[in-house]
Design a protein around this ligand. Structure first.
Ligand code: PMP
Length: 414
């Protein structure tokens, strides 16, 4: 294996997908809905498949299907309150994953430092290392709360001085994930302002992974860091059709930002993927056009998705609390972390041999109770994994029957 690939070897998804194959648990591990996406989205897919426009089945423009970059430009021009050029300031990619890859490989040089906030979406660290960069980590920490107060993701905060201390003349880039996976944190204006001020002070680029931009629970509001003064010029923002329309298998994403920054991504894209899937880009373009027509109304999917999910969130918080875990109530996204250690004395984890306790707990639970979660220490660098050992991550974007089943499993055990 070339040395640049060694950090990529261990991957929690490969391990836990196999675990699910072997034990067939009720799976609250993986991050996707287990029921149908919005009707109009799948209907549009069917219409495109049957349409007489045979060119929709052939290669499209390399940096993004024209109808899609046009729709993205309309949408984000409105949201970031500046005109976004569909030709030069947007790139469509194979999922947000490729957008992250093209950004990191396209901007990070040998020895460049990259600031990553823990817990982080697992690919950030290996991508930085593959680029020859040096990741620098800072954890979000749960602040001290009165014993009976239920924590929210807003209670997970960055220490300002610690963050400031990570910036050096070698810092090239900071990766922000907002709304945050797995905590569900929706960064407040004041928190974003602090990050933005440091990026400006040290001339650092900001990669803002905003794949959960439409999943934000009231009264929280998603603020795009690219809209803060002076930030457009140094921010690449990343989105995902998979998350936006609840179709994660479609693997279509995008990045937008100023053309000089997007150019580097285009270079990686044109020499690896070259051009994305045409019919899926057409369908997503039509979906965005429809959403644009109703953006301020409740029935719009971009608004209704959070009302649909908040019910599931509250159900899971209640169930996990009733069985004795301590969930953190997410302000956005469709994951929840919970401290499972109040139950520790009732479990014998000695059959599991993993180094980290959250791995042992999640494996034990999959095998013995038939319920799967993900060990969040997977989202921390080796140095900090112990910070996550007391937690488990569940995805609650599941049909109500399955959440009820999870509740039954947990309550029967308790
Ligand atoms: N970023 C985050 C924070 C994610 O949670 C995910 C998917 N789980 C991605 C990026 C990747 O998105 P996509 O499926 O569009 O590649």
């Amino acid at each position: 294996l070339p040395s640049r690939l060694t950090p990529t070897q261990k991957n929690v998804w490969i391990e836990y997908v196999q675990l699910a194959e072997d034990y067939k648990p009720l799976n609250l591990g993986l991050g996707f809905p287990d029921y149908a996406p919005p009707n109009y989205v799948t209907q549009t897919l069917a219409q495109i498949a049957k349409s007489g426009d045979c060119l929709l089945h052939q290669y499209t423009r390399d940096y993004g299907h024209p109808r899609l970059v046009s729709a993205l430009s309309q949408l984000y021009s409105r949201l970031v309150k500046r005109p976004i050029n569909p030709q030069t300031e947007i790139l469509t990619t194979v999922g947000a994953f490729e957008a992250l890859f093209s950004t990191i490989i396209g901007h990070v040089d040998q020895g460049d430092e990259v600031i990553i906030i823990e817990p982080f979406f697992e690919c950030y660290e290996p991508m930085v290392k593959m680029a020859g960069g040096v990741p620098k980590f800072i954890p979000l920490r749960l602040k001290d709360l009165p014993p009976n107060q239920v924590p929210t993701s807003g209670d997970w905060i960055l220490d300002k001085d610690e963050l400031e201390g990570l910036f050096t003349p070698k810092t090239k880039l900071l990766v922000l994930n907002n709304p945050h996976d797995p905590l569900g944190k929706v960064f407040k204006l004041e928190e974003l302002q602090h990050i933005a001020d440091l990026c400006k002070k040290w001339n650092v680029l900001c990669v803002s992974d905003e794949v959960y931009e439409w999943i934000v629970y009231k009264p929280n509001k998603h603020i795009r860091i690219a809209t803060l003064p002076g930030m457009w010029d140094r921010t690449i923002t990343i989105g995902s059709a998979g998350k936006t329309f609840s179709v994660t298998g479609w693997k279509l994403g995008w990045a937008y930002g100023p053309s000089n920054l997007l150019y580097n991504l285009q270079m990686v894209h044109q020499n690896s993927v070259y051009t994305g899937n045409t019919p899926i880009q057409e369908v997503v373009a039509i979906g965005l056009e429809k959403e644009l027509e109703c953006l301020d109304r409740d029935h719009c999917y971009f608004n209704s998705i959070s009302s649909e999910l908040v019910v599931k969130r509250d159900f899971m918080v209640k169930v996990l609390s009733e069985v004795g875990m301590k969930p953190t109530v997410p302000e956005g996204g469709y994951f929840m972390v919970a401290d499972w250690t109040p139950l520790e004395s009732q479990i014998d984890l000695s059959s599991e041999k993993d180094k980290w306790k959250d791995y042992r707990f999640t494996k034990w639970m999959t095998k013995n109770l038939g319920l799967q979660g993900i060990p969040p220490s997977a989202f921390y660098t080796e140095r900090d994994k112990s910070l996550a050992e007391n937690f488990v991550r569940y995805c609650f974007f599941k049909k109500h029957d399955n959440l009820e089943e999870a509740a039954r499993i947990l309550k029967k055990w308790k």
